[in-house]
Design a protein around this ligand. Structure first.
Ligand SMILES: C[S@@+](CC[C@H](N)C(=O)[O-])C[C@H]1O[C@@H](n2cnc3c(N)ncnc32)[C@H](O)[C@@H]1O
Length: 278
């Protein structure tokens, strides 16, 4: 496609009509304030699956909660439910909509950190259809913040589109259309290795990662080798290096055993025996 080409096949939703004016945090705030007046939220997450990740009576936080579509289903199963969002308008609407749920609380965040929340407070932090809409640097900052506010072994569940998945790649291609040069839309795609790498660096072990990049991570846990093997070049190199050191240590140990006088004597005797005719 060339810039002058007419956009083909663009499914113009109201949300895609909203333009990101620049790359400052304030531009993102304005984008989501305007989005709140359109078809802002089409996502419904599986609240039951979320609650299954934690014991009953858990304390839960959603990053990018919008008007609380998911939060409203968590109120009954959790002790405390919090949502934080960059858009004051989403937060106001959510708080009004869910005013009848006393354990559901909305917070207007700064779009960058979880400064409203104390360290080690939550059993579960989650985010759905949000991290793809922010710069990857901010997404990573939220990951480190999620690790900070989670209790030891707390669970972090998030979802981002997978660049290596056929359907998600089609969505990626959709955003290459010339229309989006004139109307920039904040949309980032991830590959599994980079997502695992960011979560590990933030202090998580990834315990589950499906093709749709719904990822479950646990604070302080180890990522199983099978997940690490999904293309993490330097981690794999580190594993090979460790294995090579183990093998070298084994060779040194065997050489020392070989050189022992008693072993040398036994080998000599064996050679003599083998030479002797039956
Ligand atoms: C597509 S909506 C999804 C809302 C909700 N998670 C759901 O599944 O129904 C994206 C939400 O993320 C919020 N958001 C975008 N960037 C954010 C950021 N940097 N920090 C916090 N919230 C953000 C938007 O204001 C919006 O409410």
């Amino acid at each position: 496609m060339r810039l002058g080409d007419k956009t083909q096949g663009l499914k113009k939703t109201d949300l895609e009509g909203v333009r990101l004016a620049g790359d400052r945090l304030q531009d993102y705030v304005e984008f989501w304030e305007r989005s709140a007046r359109t078809d802002a939220i089409r996502a419904i997450a599986d609240a039951t699956a979320l609650l299954a990740l934690v014991p009953p009576g858990a304390v839960v936080l959603e990053i990018g909660c919008g008007i609380g579509r998911v939060l409203q289903h968590l109120g009954a199963g959790a002790r405390e439910v919090h949502g934080v969002d960059i858009s004051a308008e989403m937060v106001d609407r959510g708080a009004r909509r869910l005013a009848h749920l006393p354990n559901v609380h909305f917070h207007h965040g700064n779009g960058y950190d979880l400064g409203d929340f104390e360290a080690g407070h939550f059993d579960l932090v989650f985010s759905t259809f949000v991290f793809q809409h922010m710069p990857k640097t901010i997404a990573f900052n939220y990951m480190t913040e999620a690790a900070r506010v989670l209790k030891p072994s707390g669970v972090f569940r998030l979802q981002v589109p997978n660049l290596l998945h056929e359907q998600h790649f089609a969505a990626f291609r959709h955003f290459t259309q010339p229309y989006f040069v004139e109307n920039p839309y904040p949309m980032n795609f991830y590959s599994p290795p980079e997502l695992v790498r960011m979560l590990e660096a933030a202090g998580f072990g990834v315990t589950d990662l499906d093709d749709y990049m719904v990822v479950v991570a646990r604070k302080g846990a180890d990522t199983p080798a099978a997940l690490l093997a999904s293309g993490l070049a330097d981690q794999e190199r580190a594993r090979y290096r460790a294995r090579i050191s183990e093998l070298e240590a084994e060779v040194t140990r065997m050489r020392r055993v070989y050189d022992l006088p008693v072993v040398q004597a036994a080998l000599k005797a064996r050679r003599r025996l083998l030479r002797r005719p039956p």
